[in-house]
Design a binder for this molecule. Structure first.
Ligand SMILES: NC(=O)c1ccc[n+]([C@@H]2O[C@H](COP(=O)([O-])OP(=O)(O)OC[C@H]3O[C@@H](n4cnc5c(N)ncnc54)[C@H](OP(=O)(O)O)[C@@H]3O)[C@@H](O)[C@H]2O)c1
Length: 257
């Protein structure tokens, strides 16, 4: 299987930890140039950069804020300027809002959710991707091939009390991917979505008790929870030349949940 990623310019948003870090490192192992964005944890992004170099890739660390349109413009502009364009975009960064597990914390009634909190999650999940894509597409078109992989969430399918905004935002990505697949496919740009189930990233293990996660893993068809590398491998497949004509699809990495 040929990924044709040697020297390609890849932008992975939210790569200072978790799935984003594993994805950046997996692209590095294919010889890609990998732009790693962070929001608050620059040290985390620097550690990802070290791992990308160790894996055989070329890293570039860039700050990027989903809530700030100018920051999105600056981040994409910096990568395009440094590398002359972008071949692959992985939209992974997330503002968790109320989706992050908070055992013991009561879930507010839906009618008590502040409108600003609702808007903040949708703005950072949906609007931020709109702004990012508007910056990325002009520097992706016209290259030999392009790939876009958006990271969804199994929670959009299963639901969870208190996670309405996160679920609504991630669900919106399904419609976005389907339309972009039609618009960009004829230009050799394939657009897909990877949907992780609950995955053992630092954010999850810091908030969910280990016995709960162990029990959940045992209850899955595959008998274990996903680790970030499981998701990263699916992203690299869809976001590379190894993906010849899979377009507008959703690949679930949920252990069969
Ligand atoms: N882990 C799971 O169980 C799970 C399940 C389903 C879907 N997912 C999805 O998988 C993706 C990664 O999850 P993860 O667990 O790996 O996340 P994570 O480790 O918590 O990392 C989140 C990333 O997003 C960045 N970020 C946070 N706020 C930001 C903002 N305002 N602007 C720009 N970047 C921001 C963080 O940057 P800083 O750290 O630098 O602030 C970090 O790099 C997300 O899209 C998530 O919805 C995860």
């Amino acid at each position: 299987m040929k990924t044709d990623l040697q020297g390609k310019a890849v932008l992975v948003t939210g790569a200072s930890s978790g799935i984003g870090r594993a994805t950046a490192v997996a692209y590095g192992a294919e010889g890609a140039r990998v732009a790693i964005t962070y929001h608050t944890r620059e040290a985390g992004a620097r550690e990802t950069a070290r791992l990308v170099t160790e894996a055989g890739g070329t890293p570039l660390v860039v700050r990027y804020d989903l809530a700030d349109e100018q920051s999105v413009r600056d981040a994409v502009g910096r990568v395009a300027e440094e590398w002359g364009g972008i071949d692959v975009l992985v939209g992974n960064a997330v503002v968790w809002g109320e989706a992050i597990p908070r055992p013991g914390k009561p879930v507010p009634l839906f009618e008590d959710v502040p409108a600003e909190q609702w808007r903040e999650v949708l703005r950072t999940t949906v609007d931020a991707l709109f702004h990012t894509l508007q910056q990325v597409l002009p520097v992706m078109r016209g290259r030999p091939w392009g790939r876009i992989v958006l990271i969804g969430a199994g929670l959009a399918d299963t639901g969870k009390p208190g996670a309405g905004a996160y679920g609504a935002g991630k669900s919106a990505l399904y419609g976005l991917v389907r339309s972009l697949a039609w618009e960009l496919g004829p230009e050799g740009i394939l657009v897909n979505m990877v949907v992780p189930g609950q995955t053992l990233t630092e954010t999850v293990t810091a908030h969910v008790p280990a016995p709960f996660l162990e029990e959940k893993g045992r209850s899955l068809p595959s008998g274990r929870m996903s680790v970030p590398e499981d998701v990263a491998n699916a992203v690299v497949f869809l976001g590379s030349a190894a993906n010849g004509n899979t377009n507008g699809e959703t690949l679930r990495v949920t252990g069969g949940a």
